[in-house]
Unconditional design. Structure first.
Lengths: 380, 380
């Protein structure tokens, strides 16, 4: 295939695969698309290890790294300082009532305490101060793309990437956000509809992509949100996108390190089983509706805290429920396409099915336009 | 163009245009698509007048009628009886506190009282008892399609339509609803995503259409929700639909009788300015976010009533705010594509732009697949 993004990155297929798992990233890049590693959960040292592994296993194909540099977050005015110092100051902003609510919730569900204190990685890369070291590490590797998951990245980070010959992508959930991204020099805008997993806005992919395409033209746009098969890829590109940005579909692949409990929930869930909730990070993120998301809507809920305080508040709880793979209390970010995820495939098979589905969709559109009988019933 | 729905109905273009305005219906049918008149607001006598007008003005082209026969509504167990009797019994179910809230809201906004009592058309076609006479009227005209806007229509109504040689369509917002529609004999399933105006579910068009296509195959599916231009039409059909079902886009046409105040709001609004609210009918319907929708979320709101009680409760209020074209209190059902509605065009021009946009989108997809340079930047 050939679009402006395949040309830009020298890739065969305009399929971008976001994953926290290096094996998925390498597999998709090897299959002709572009894997993008979500760096959020890694320390700089761990990220170094992951990227070195990808360098050795992506067959020399291009790949990217995704960081989280929210343009607004609580405590941003506390200044850069060190990550540890910022974390201490932010922890002082978490009310005791919120801590009691979380502990009570875990007690209700008989979630055991941790036997030893965790690594204390509560802040993660949610802030400018903690994401910059990740950027430094990423730019020491032959990455092709640096993506920012929340809002426009700082302009100096964009310039830094460009000096390394690395293109920058930004996720946008509104026309206004897209314009901001372009203003700071973002090269590729990912227009992400509300149906997407994780942080997401309110406007659907069908409506958002054409709006963003019109806003940022001639800059290339990727369609994101609700893209899990070749029909949806063709739809996203019909809307004006030069390719697709995907995430949820890779959770149910053989290479993914999705915890068994979460995978079982994902394979079982329908498209109506997700909800946009602030309960994990403080900003609305789409995840499976379960006891965790419902608890934060209860009458006795203290309400969620702003980013990054909410994640700091619930970080230990997430490790506790994760350790026992709690079936109803583990937050599980995923998009509405979860309803069509009902088998585990190799990542290369997912890429292959994207392409056959795209081809079938295009055949049907051409037949309709040319007045030929429909060539075949539509299929996944 | 040729798809299974153009063959089924003998139309040139698989564009279905829902409108409460007969002029739009006739204009779209004349332009090669199929206009579908929303019957809800008409008495049987008025509907007779509207359809006679369409018969005389659609150039002999096929058109359809859309009724509302919800599968569940409050008071359904009161039995059929006459519409007037049912209305009296239902009115007894509306709490006084709700009436006081509505009256207070209108007083806050200085909305004048009606100078004389209205026609008392509070119940409209929201129920089996009141929609059936509309069906009787519709089937006396040469309609090609009877559509049901909420859930699966009663099986005997489907049989009645089929005896008249009339195809039946049903709107579905989930895979399960689509299966129910097929079980009662619906011929065409309209898969309507959450971004649509009016009554709508939670799953986006991008996710819902492929699910419904897979569920009801080989029955034809129309894509609805977020479809306002040719790019979105191509996207909907890439997802597996045989055509598109559209609504909001016709509100901003020269033929539409959209009240001036509502039209001004529509032309000004962005795609993030809508909300799903129960405040008009008791079931979630997407409309512009304004003082009306916000009031029902306030701390002093008594909450909304189930269908059809909510509409009966607010019916007079709607006439009062409508009469003065209240700029912030008039409910205005519209989908997220409202953000791209910023000029008033003739309906035939809208149809024409659907087709040129579809052609451009298809050219881009073919170029991408064949490895040719992109022929032109995507455009509306």
């Amino acid at each position: 295939m050939r679009t402006r993004v395949t040309e830009m990155f020298g890739i065969e297929l305009p399929i971008f695969a976001f994953s926290h798992c290096r094996d998925v990233v390498a597999a998709v890049s090897r299959a002709g698309g572009m894997g993008v590693l979500g760096a959020l959960y890694f320390t700089p040292e761990e990220l170094e290890t992951e990227l070195a592994w990808i360098d050795a296993n992506a067959g020399g194909r291009p790949y990217g790294v995704d960081v989280v540099m929210p343009s607004r977050y609580e405590g941003a005015e506390l200044g850069a300082g060190s990550g540890e110092e910022l974390q201490r100051r932010l922890e002082g902003l978490i009310p005791d009532g919120h801590r009691r609510f979380v502990n009570g919730l875990l007690a209700e569900h008989d979630v055991p305490e941790l036997t030893r204190a965790g690594a204390g990685r509560f802040l993660l890369g949610w802030t400018d101060a903690t994401a910059r070291p990740q950027v430094e590490v990423a730019l020491r590797h032959p990455i092709a793309l640096l993506a920012n998951a929340l809002g426009a990245p700082p302009a100096d980070v964009v310039r830094q990437a460009h000096r390394h010959g690395v293109a920058v992508a930004g996720l946008a959930s509104s026309r206004r956000h897209a314009a901001k991204q372009r203003a700071v020099g973002v090269d590729v805008v990912v227009a992400q509809g509300t149906e997407a997993g994780g942080h997401t806005g309110e406007v659907s992919t069908m409506v958002l992509v054409p709006e963003v395409v019109d806003e940022v033209a001639p800059a290339p746009v990727l369609a994101a949100g609700g893209i899990g098969d070749g029909r949806q890829m063709a739809a996203g590109m019909a809307l004006g996108a030069e390719g697709v940005w995907t995430g949820s579909v890779w959770l149910a692949t053989e290479e993914a390190d999705t915890p068994a409990g979460a995978l079982a929930q994902i394979l079982r869930a329908g498209s109506r089983d997700t909800v946009r909730s602030r309960s994990m990070t403080g900003k609305p993120a789409r995840m499976l509706r379960n006891d965790w998301t419902e608890a934060w809507e209860r009458a006795d809920s203290p309400g969620t805290l702003p980013m990054p305080l909410q994640f700091m508040l619930v970080s230990e709880a997430l490790r506790r429920v994760g350790r026992v793979a709690h079936p109803t209390l583990t937050p599980s970010p995923v998009g509405q396409i979860v309803g069509s995820l009902n088998r585990v495939r190799p990542s290369s098979q997912v890429v292959y099915e994207f392409m056959t589905g795209f081809g079938d969709a295009l055949d049907r559109l051409n037949a309709a336009a040319e007045g030929r009988p429909t060539p075949s019933p539509p299929s996944r």
